[in-house]
Design a protein around this ligand. Structure first.
Ligand code: WQD
Length: 336
């Protein structure tokens, strides 16, 4: 299928691009490069051995999107384009409501206008808020603790309203847990701008010597070692989950929502130890106070994804750390 990847030059998008190519699809990248580097495109060409088709612009530009959907005869859209920094969303909620919600609305209008009604949406485990228990199933109640998570929750509701209004819409909502790692070539990976919000890129930058120490946000949680527990999933597994979701949409023609996680929770200190093992470098830590909005534990039930998509994550924490290290050590300044 001809597939439009909005935000396809980003971290998840670029890895999904390669997974789709590897599965015989024809992906087209659409990106405004507000939170990604055009350098990714040449890296993707080096890895795939094929020219990358990329259009530059914003999903909010409905006329532009309609034109490229027709020009490329797009059959399905995978929507990655959106801002995703929790802390930034608290400081600048309007930036998030505009970019994530208005952008989604304009994209859906452009898809409807060109009769392309198959969508994979990049949602997040953040819609579960602070879960009452773990592992988390797709039927758990949703809530939000920050504007970023609120936009994901609102978009999920927009999509269910759209499907009720017109059953022609086929939508896969994928709730990512904690994406980490990099393509095994070390040529593409996570390249956060400024100080990393997320754990793994921060740990990698300490290991490579860019930062002196990791602040561990709280070691008094009700968890085995007192630090936060999350479901880290290798970005390569996550990318394959998108391929499986598209194939399921095409084969079954029904919309669905699934968790994309491993079902295994690891603490902050587990990740630090695994990264030291993988990199052969020390990662000094210091314990700091809890971060506003953090929860103690969050990891997925993977049964529904396995039954519905025939997909399970294959890679463990060691691969996540060694692939992340290969990317970081080969690109200490990311794509700069
Ligand atoms: C993981 C653990 C922190 C940094 C968020 C979003 C989610 C998704 C992934 C977008 C926690 C601890 C972290 C640090 C630390 N976002 N930590 N020191 O918060 O689970 O999820 O990012 O795709 O939607 O909610 O991920 O990597 O920020 O934190 O101790 O410098 O690491 O307290 O326990 P999180 P994270």
């Amino acid at each position: 299928m001809k597939i439009l990847l909005t935000g396809g030059a980003g971290y998840i998008g670029s890895h999904t691009y390669l997974a789709l190519m590897g599965s015989g699809h024809v992906p087209v990248i659409f990106d405004d490069f507000s939170n990604s580097s055009p350098k990714v495109l040449e890296r993707l060409e080096r890895i795939s051995g094929q020219a990358v088709v990329c259009e530059r612009g914003s999903v909010a530009d409905s006329a532009l999107v309609q034109g490229l959907m027709k020009r490329h005869a797009i059959e399905a859209v995978v929507h990655f384009a959106g801002f995703k920094a929790v802390g930034e969303s608290v400081a600048q909620p309007l930036k998030y409501f505009d970019n994530n919600l208005v952008g989604m609305t304009r994209l859906l209008q452009a898809m409807d206008a060109t009769a392309c009604r198959t969508l994979v949406f990049s949602s997040s485990a953040t819609v579960y808020g602070d879960p009452a228990s773990v592992p988390i199933t797709e039927s758990f109640p949703r809530s939000h603790t920050n504007p970023y998570g609120h936009t994901k929750l609102v978009i999920e509701d927009m999509l269910s309203a759209l499907q009720k209004s017109d059953p022609a819409w086929k939508v896969a909502v994928l709730r990512y847990f904690n994406p980490v790692g990099a393509h095994p070539s070390g040529l593409i990976g996570e390249d956060p701008r400024g100080i990393p919000n997320n754990l793994m890129p921060f740990v990698a930058q300490v290991a490579v010597g860019k930062r002196p120490v990791l602040n561990v946000f709280g070691n008094d949680y009700p968890t085995p070692d007192g630090t936060g527990v999350r479901d880290y999933i290798h970005v390569q597994d996550l990318a394959q989950g998108h391929v499986a979701a598209l194939q399921t949409l095409a084969a079954k023609g029904e919309s669905f929502t699934v968790n994309l996680g491993t079902g295994q929770g690891y603490s902050v200190l587990d990740v630090v130890r695994a990264f030291e093992q993988a990199s052969g470098r020390q990662v000094p830590v210091q314990f700091a106070s809890r971060r506003e909005g953090d929860v103690a534990q969050c990891y997925a039930s993977t049964e529904r994804a396995s039954e519905l998509l025939g997909w399970r994550a294959q890679l463990g924490l060691d691969a996540m750390c060694s692939d992340s290290w290969r990317w970081q050590s080969a690109n200490p300044d990311g794509y700069a």
